[in-house]
Design a protein around this ligand. Structure first.
Ligand code: IVH
Length: 682
């Protein structure tokens, strides 16, 4: 017996009764406070009881119990986390961002259950860290993070500090001797905001969101940190032999009786309509919840039906997560890379920690140009605000300068030399972009021009893809687009001719491109700012390349839709000796550098100056063909209806909204046959 124990023996011969009594009472108070949100005693009384228990336990180490409420305040012990295998693998859920797919899920369940009636349990999707808790004989024995789904970190000591997670279950409950319960560890908004105010006052960087804060806290080596951070939890899945209910909902209700904190928003639905109602209610209502949520989880309620639906490799077939669309997200900027396009323009690209945004995972965003980087005052390691906007490429719209700290890296600067060929970069007066001027030799510019040349809307050489272009370029077989027309099948068919068939197909594809009309050849040349429409207007107005080459900027500007920027770019392109040579070589290769006789004949001004909207499906020509016909006759195909629209060219199955709008604007609706008659093409 140690000296301390001898002393205890005399001063307090049987502390056990008092210790047990205090533990029971503190557990009861904790449960009322952290699970039921009720305070049964004052903070002071609570602290006094806790203090008394701590004193008794310190004096009687033989009474140590890892489940004692004193253990929830954390000890100063520390150690690395052990990685342990999950008893049941932690699968994730299939995700969806749209209601249609919720309907698809519902119908898949219907089909899978061969028309049996079923109910769906609707729950909130809590945005924290998933955790697996193991209870043996009513005591929490292990808490493991999700990890890779098969193995996770043993964070039991930190989890013990979360007051809403019971360490011991009430005796006599319907709980089975061994079971697992899963849920989410969360940092409530209140704790999160408090923590950030403390950090702000201490001049420390702020935490970006409650999920990161909860994760950092749970992974802290010192359980006192976890104890002080006010973590909470919601449990949502009970697994094990002998669990009491036959349905998910009943099981969670039983778990609530045993002291677990179950989301109060849970509700059963008997139809798809009820599910949609639930989604609508909580998409709006979640703003007033005390914890962060990022969607709704739908689960087939009956366990028998869950088993009969089974699992796929990654997720159960009986559940799905509907995620609320995040229009804006925050993530961390890790690196800025620079891309050189076919025109030599250098675009800075932000590489960020992956983040879900409006239905996809976003890793990269454009940083536009040097001014943008400077105005944003971007630093590596910054937390940035990202949106998807109307375009597909995400944009950075702001920086959380309040989150800067020692982890923040250097300011982002624009490079001064081309990352691909080392040439010093230039910026033209009045332009935002920075360029690599080495257009003749800079590899991505050459390859980019070739890729643009062969693309569908240009020469449409679809037998040739970017990989083949790269390969031909690497092998020194092509240096520019004119070289394509010098290729021979035997150069492409492999060492012993095993790829002769595909080589011949490629050569045939290149050959067929000789038929491509002048306007598309002009577009294919890749003159900066000369898009499809400008190329068309220029080809129509000048009719051949020689006239276009001889045109002055003023003459170019007289063409409808051509302004100073395009005109300037055309003039300087045409003046370049390299480019003139290229045109000559392409002309010799047989490409069309003038409008065909047919095109000249077909041209009219029947629709001159008219803006025409095309809608619906057509029987006699494709939409693209109608577009070409409109342009041939001097008209313009526009996308949306307005009072300036001359008429609506309407096919079958036109959308009702468009019809209604056309009606409201009092627009003329022209059918396919009528239109063809108008242009004399019956
Ligand atoms: S059920 C087999 N219910 O969302 C079903 N998960 O990929 C297991 N989550 O990893 C999950 N709230 O971390 C379920 N009410 C809820 C949830 C929920 C949040 C998390 C969980 C899981 C992820 C889905």
């Amino acid at each position: 017996m140690s000296q301390q124990q001898i002393l205890n023996f005399f001063s307090d011969p049987d502390p056990r009764e008092e210790i047990d009594e205090l533990r029971r009472e503190l557990n009861r108070l904790n449960h009322a406070y952290y699970v039921d949100n009720r305070s049964l005693v004052s903070d002071q009384e609570f602290d006094q009881m806790m203090h008394r228990l701590q004193t008794l336990e310190a004096a009687h180490p033989e009474c140590f119990d890892p489940d004692s409420p004193t253990q929830r305040v954390g000890s100063d012990l520390s150690g690395d986390f052990r990685t342990v295998e999950h008893s049941n693998p932690m699968l994730s859920l299939a995700n969806t961002y749209n209601r249609r797919e919720v309907g698809d899920f519902y119908r898949r369940v219907q089909d899978g259950l061969h028309g049996q009636p079923f109910r769906i349990c609707c729950e909130m999707k809590y945005d924290g860290l998933s955790i697996s808790l193991i209870y043996d004989h009513g005591r929490l024995t292990r808490a493991v993070t999700r990890g890779d789904g098969v193995r996770g970190d043993d964070v039991t000591r930190n989890i013990r500090t979360i007051r809403s997670i019971p360490l011991v279950l009430p005796p006599g409950g319907s709980w089975p001797p061994h079971f697992e319960i899963r849920g989410e560890v969360l940092m409530p908004w209140e704790s999160f905001n408090r923590l950030n105010s403390e950090r702000e006052a201490a001049g420390e960087p702020l935490l970006a969101n409650p999920r990161n804060a909860a994760s950092g806290t749970l992974k802290s080596k010192d359980p006192r940190v976890a104890a002080s951070r006010g973590l909470d939890a919601r449990l949502y899945y009970l697994i094990g032999e002998g669990i009491p209910g036959e349905s998910h909902y009943d099981n969670l209700m039983a778990a609530r009786e045993w002291g677990f904190k179950i989301g109060g928003e849970m509700q059963l639905a008997d139809s798809l309509e009820e599910i949609y109602e639930y989604i609508d209610r909580w998409d709006a209502g979640r703003a007033s919840l005390p914890v962060a949520t990022d969607g709704i989880v739908l689960k087939v309620n009956s366990l028998v039906q869950q088993r009969s639906l089974g699992l796929t490799a990654k997720s159960p077939r009986w559940a799905i997560a509907y995620k609320f669309q995040a229009e804006e997200q925050e993530t961390v900027l890790r690196e800025v890379t620079f891309q050189v396009g076919r025109t030599g323009a250098v675009t800075p690209v932000a590489n960020m920690d992956p983040v879900p945004l409006s239905g996809t995972t976003v890793r990269r965003a454009t940083l536009n140009n040097a001014d943008f980087i400077r105005e944003m005052d971007l630093h590596l390691g910054d937390t940035v605000r990202v949106i998807k906007g109307g375009e597909i490429i995400p944009k950075i719209i702001g920086v959380r300068t309040d989150l800067r700290g020692p982890h923040t890296g250097a300011p982002v600067t624009f490079i001064t030399r081309c990352p691909e060929c080392g040439t010093p970069l230039v910026r033209f007066e009045g332009e935002a972009a920075t360029y690599c001027p080495n257009s003749a030799l800079c590899p991505p510019q050459i390859k980019g021009r070739i890729e643009h040349f062969i693309s569908r809307k240009a020469m449409n050489i679809d037998s040739l893809g970017p990989e083949t272009v790269d390969d031909l370029w690497q092998r020194g077989l092509i240096h520019d687009v004119a070289d394509l027309y010098l290729l021979r099948a035997d150069q492409l068919s492999g060492e012993d001719g095993e790829r002769m068939k595909s080589a011949q197909k490629l050569i045939r594809g290149i050959g067929q491109s000789r038929e491509v009309p002048f306007e598309r050849v002009l577009f294919a040349l890749g003159i900066r700012f000369v898009g499809e429409t400008a190329a068309k207007s220029l080809a129509r107005a000048f009719r051949n390349i020689d006239a276009l080459m001889a045109a002055t900027a003023d003459e170019l500007c007289r063409v409808d839709g051509i302004g100073g920027v395009i005109a300037g770019s055309v003039v300087s392109w045409m003046a370049d000796a390299h480019n003139r040579q290229l045109v000559e070589r392409l002309r010799r290769a047989g490409l069309r550098f003038e409008l065909s006789g047919e095109q000249l004949e077909a041209q009219s001004s029947l629709l001159a100056g008219q803006s025409i909207v095309i809608s619906g499906v057509f029987a006699r020509h494709s939409r693209d063909e109608y577009k070409a016909l409109i342009e041939q006759h001097g008209g313009k195909n526009v996308g949306s209806l307005s009072k300036n629209t001359a008429f609506l060219l309407a096919g079958e199955n036109m959308g009702p909204a468009k019809l209604e709008k056309a009606g409201k604007l009092g627009l003329r609706i022209v059918g396919e046959d009528e239109f063809l008659a108008m242009i004399g093409e019956e």
